[in-house]
Ligand binder design. Structure first.
Ligand code: PEP
Length: 248
């Protein structure tokens, strides 16, 4: 039985006062969350604040990106060890916004995945196809290519200390979620690509893309969907709590 996981991706949102009110309210309502492990991935500058607010709670925190480099002359970058210094457990790598807006390649994402693991972070590897790719019947090829880049660099066993997030690009921030069956089909495909049966069985595969309180239960009921990566709805206390409550 895999542990359900719900991860908030705040993206470039928040302020000191908004974060404080959001997390205090989430903590207050958290006794209603029974089954999910929960984490929030926040902008770098707020990690200290979020760690102060969440220390002693069961909610973990993490970054939304990091450098593939260890340290040195890389102006503007943030290393995996820096995230560890601030108590991060997770880091998102390969979000489609990074792949598309900042031209992050499959290899670069795989290097970030490797660097995260060597610092002791759990990378949340995002994979997913665009609408054009889906309509061209390319979904499985795209997801396989994104996953293979990591397996080729790090080996299949490395997936045991990671989380995969399937996020169809056409469903992110659009209000148009994949159907539970569409998501399940790709999740089952991803699990099937993991050649080590034990790793495959334990691998948490999250769905991301317009998850809300109203569709979370149906998505999370699917056998290969182990929770969600939540963008917009993670900024609304009641929506986020009801998504967390929907986890199996
Ligand atoms: C995301 O950014 O990872 C995401 C899933 O966003 P949203 O929930 O807003 O579609």
């Amino acid at each position: 039985m895999r542990q359900s996981l719900v991860v908030a991706n705040w993206k470039m949102n928040g302020s000191l006062s908004e974060n404080q009110s959001l997390l205090n309210n989430v903590k207050q309502g958290f006794s209603t969350v029974q089954h999910a492990e929960v984490a929030v991935c926040v902008p770098f500058v707020y990690i200290q604040q979020v760690s102060d607010l969440l220390k002693g709670s069961v909610i973990a925190w993490g970054g939304q990106n990091m450098s593939q480099q260890t340290s040195g002359a890389f102006t503007g970058e943030t290393s995996a060890n820096m995230l560890v210094d601030f108590g991060c457990k997770y880091v998102i790598v390969g979000h489609s916004e990074r792949r598309n807006l900042y031209a992050e390649s499959d290899l670069l994402v795989a290097e970030k995945f490797a660097q995260a693991q060597s610092a002791g972070l759990i990378p949340i590897l995002c994979v997913g196809e665009s609408l054009i790719q889906r309509e061209a019947g390319e979904t499985e090829n795209v997801v396989q290519r994104q996953l293979s880049a990591v397996i080729n660099l790090q080996g299949v066993a490395s997936l045991a200390q990671s989380v995969i997030a399937y996020e169809p690009v056409w469903a992110i921030g659009t209000g148009k979620s994949a159907t539970s069956q569409q998501a399940q089909d790709v999740h089952a495909f991803i699990r099937g690509q993991v050649s080590d049966a034990r790793v495959a069985e334990h691998l948490q595969i999250l769905y991301g893309g317009s998850v809300k309180g109203s569709n979370a239960a149906e998505l999370f009921a699917m056998p290969d969907i182990d929770g969600g990566l939540i963008g917009g709805a993670s900024l609304k206390v009641n929506e986020f709590l009801s998504i967390c409550q929907a986890a199996r």
